[in-house]
Ligand binder design. Structure first.
Ligand SMILES: Nc1ncnc2c1ncn2[C@@H]1O[C@H](COP(=O)(O)OP(=O)(O)OP(=O)(O)O)[C@@H](O)[C@H]1O
Length: 717
């Protein structure tokens, strides 16, 4: 059958099937029926989505040991004959679809049945091009070259308003990550634009497909850097057929899990200290702040806290018997047994509550029995005496009970936390594990001790991992945080301790962690290498994978961005390799103070006239952004909307933003404003990384608008 006719035949099937599904499944109180209805509704939604483009590829293959040649169509969603269960189109996530994504053509092993992988030879891959729902053309490839052609075409046509799915062009190295074993934890280090965010979300879709018949195992969590970013990725999961994934920023998750509303200091001031000009005094202060942050984000600190937790837990149970009457006593061993054995699956303060409840029942029984005993001994007519005496018995037991209960210690995790960090011994011990620099350790110790001695000092985000850790042990986490799998994006901004806390969120969850340490641009937090995560958090049991190809930007832009980074390359982390998509060389435009505003407006308008809509104008700091906004308004009545952490919704378009807000996003064109030698110090790896992040946000065009001499960081060597 010709391909066009085949598409129409599939569409006719879709219409029939969707019609049949419409009546099936009804509201019910029965669990099985409810699940079934949800599955049918889901199938119906997928069929409707498939109608426009039922498939995007076809593969021709032969299984080893068999003589027949086979073929299969691959689409976003599987379509099958309902009676015979014969596939018409295979879901891109199905095992056989692996043949399409694999770069080899011969001896490709596929886990159709995980216990017996099958081996195939691939004869051809066919790709289909649909335009506005109509099949325009198809191309065959016997060696993979064609796949590159489609990839280049897709990347050239890409516009960065919202992240999109890439099921047609997933690359082999990305496919291996998407399909990695769900039972395995994974750390992925990928250069800027290597598709980390995209494949993280495709991985969730793949896992959801694998577990599609088991609703209890499809609870997923995505941790992303900010709300703008969550908006940016919002469309991908629904497009990939995954609904209801919990999505949090670290900040939102922290507020959700802590036992009470806690105020954390904003990071604005700290960012100023690092991003504005530095002198020697400021640099010294920065070192101490970085070291104090490392202390609180380290696994050495987590280990110290665990020891503290175990010690404090022992102090909750009094070292004395509960004696309510000569006949009603509970030995301390029994009380400890209840606390440490009977309730061992509960967090400590829940155990404490259960213990107190059980002691209260014991006291009530004691009162009843002692009064009954007294009543039995009474002779007739002494009713008034009896009442009086019963009240006395009750009061005496209650008094003894209350006295005992006062010795069952309660724990305030906030006070405990401050106490831990007000102890010279604790702080010195952890610092000594982190660094041999005695002077720096000493200064940091003094800084930390002074900070935590003050009971009303506002907490910082650096404290959040420890507070969550204490919450978990003493209060427990809310029951709605049971996940099968968690995706952490931009994970270089989290500390090892934060990632460790995430591993403790759900008992059996696994994590896929994506990030790029070359984009660690918050020196006071985050990771500079993955070692502490792979070694201390996962005890070397997480798979470590790297992605080196950069797909987002043109060769010219990636080469330019690499200039900044190559001086400060993290050992073991390679520079980005661009996919062979060429474009226009980045342009460095000269201007001066008087003409800067006019030049910027003119440049924006030139870019827009070329058809680009997603444009970022980036400055180093939020203060510089505000100053520019004012000047544009005053000098030219020009409004340039600002993207900041206060932005609630992101719809794309033209924006001014500090570089740290652009992280994770992408734009058709990026204008970097005045990266001078003054504002981007060639001796600062932080400044180099900031420029790297800024430049790698651009898909097609990069401009530098320069009024002062260009920083050496962006000059050709
Ligand atoms: N296989 C692919 N096919 C088509 N486009 C791709 C592919 N891989 C990545 N891309 C595109 O490359 C761009 C970068 O992807 P993404 O934002 O996921 O990368 P990232 O590694 O998270 O980047 P960064 O760390 O710089 O924020 C996106 O436009 C994405 O659609």
């Amino acid at each position: 059958m010709k391909e066009k006719e085949h598409v129409e035949a599939i569409r006719a099937h879709i219409v029939r099937d969707a019609e049949a599904l419409r009546g099936s499944g009804k509201p019910s109180n029965d669990y099985t029926e409810t699940v079934l209805t949800a599955i049918l509704q889901n199938q119906s939604r997928e069929l409707i989505k498939s109608h426009r483009q039922p498939h995007f590829a076809r593969i021709f293959f032969k299984e080893h040991g068999r003589t027949v040649n086979e073929d299969a169509y691959i689409g976003r969603f599987g379509i099958f004959e309902r009676e015979t269960l014969q596939p018409i189109v295979l879901d891109w996530r199905s095992p056989i679809a692996n043949l399409y994504y694999n770069d080899a053509f011969e001896n490709v092993s596929v886990d159709v049945d995980p216990k017996h992988p099958l081996t195939f030879d691939l004869e051809r891959k066919r790709q289909f091009e649909f335009r506005d729902g109509s099949l325009e053309a198809f191309y065959d490839s016997e060696n993979g070259a064609l796949i590159d052609r489609l990839l280049l075409e897709r990347l050239s046509a890409r516009s960065g308003d919202k992240l999109q799915d890439i099921v047609e062009t997933i690359q082999a190295e990305q496919n291996r990550i998407i399909r990695a074993d769900a039972r395995e934890n994974m750390v992925v280090q990928g250069v800027a634009g290597s598709g980390k965010t995209t494949i993280a979300l495709h991985r969730l879709s793949y896992l959801a497909y694998q577990k599609r018949n088991n609703a209890a195992h499809t609870q997923f969590l995505v941790i992303a850097p900010n709300r703008v970013f969550l908006d940016y990725i919002a469309n991908v999961l629904p497009d990939l057929g995954v609904e209801g994934v919990a999505q949090y920023t670290w900040e939102d998750l922290t507020h959700h899990l802590l036992p009470k509303k806690t105020k954390f200091a904003s990071e604005a001031q700290k960012r100023m200290l690092f991003f504005e000009e530095s002198d020697d005094a400021k640099r010294a202060e920065q070192q101490i702040i970085i070291h104090a942050a490392r202390l609180r984000g380290s696994m050495a600190f987590a280990r110290l806290l665990l020891r503290v937790v175990e010690k404090v837990a022992k102090q909750i149970v009094p070292d004395a018997d509960l004696v309510l009457s000569p006949r009603h006593q509970m030995p301390k061993e029994e009380i400890a047994r209840r606390f440490f054995d009977d309730y061992r699956y509960e967090p400590y303060l829940k155990r404490r509550k259960r213990l107190l409840d059980s002691l209260a029942r014991f006291a009530q029984d004691a009162i009843k029995e002692e009064i009954a005993r007294f009543d039995k001994r009474l002779t007739k007519g002494r009713y008034a005496d009896s009442l009086e005496q019963s009240a006395k018995i009750k009061a005496a037991i209650e008094e003894r009970y209350a006295r005992y209960v006062r010795t069952v210690k309660n724990i305030d995790i906030y006070a405990l936390y401050r106490k831990v960090l007000s102890s010279e011994n604790n702080v010195s011990r952890v610092l000594a594990e982190l660094s041999d620099d005695l002077e720096l350790n000493e200064q940091t110790k003094r800084y930390v001790l002074a900070r935590y001695a003050e009971a009303d000092r506002t907490l910082e985000w650096e404290d959040s991992a420890a507070l969550l850790f204490l919450t978990r042990h003493f209060h427990g986490f809310a029951a709605d945080t049971r996940y099968a799998h968690m995706i952490v994006d931009e994970a270089q901004d989290l500390s090892a301790f934060q990632i460790f806390v995430l591993t403790k969120l759900s008992p059996n969850a696994t994590l896929s962690i994506f990030g790029d340490v070359s984009q660690s641009i918050s020196p006071y937090k985050g990771l500079t290498s993955w070692d502490e995560v792979t070694r201390d958090v996962f005890a070397e049991r997480a798979a470590y994978k790297t992605l080196e190809q950069s797909y987002r930007s043109t060769v010219e832009i990636v080469t330019f961005a690499n200039r900044a980074l190559q001086r400060y390359q993290t050992p073991g982390i390679p520079l980005a390799k661009p996919v062979l998509r060429h474009g226009v060389e980045p342009e460095i435009l000269q201007t001066d103070e008087t003409h800067e505003v006019g030049a910027l407006i003119e440049l924006i308008s030139r870019i827009q006239s070329e058809g680009y809509k997603q444009i970022a104008v980036v400055e180093k700091t939020i203060a510089a952004c505000s100053a520019l906004q004012d000047r544009l308004q005053k000098d030219a009545a020009y409004t340039l909307p600002l993207l900041s952490e206060k932005t609630e919704h992101y719809e794309g378009g033209l924006h001014l933003m500090p570089i740290y807000m652009s992280k994770g996003l992408e734009f058709d064109a990026v204008i970097v404003l005045n990266p001078s030698e003054h504002s981007y110090d060639a001796r600062s790896s932080l400044h180099a990384k900031l420029l790297y992040v800024a430049c790698t946000r651009a898909l097609h065009r990069l401009y530098i608008l320069q009024k002062d001499p260009l920083t050496p960081l962006l000059q050709a060597e």
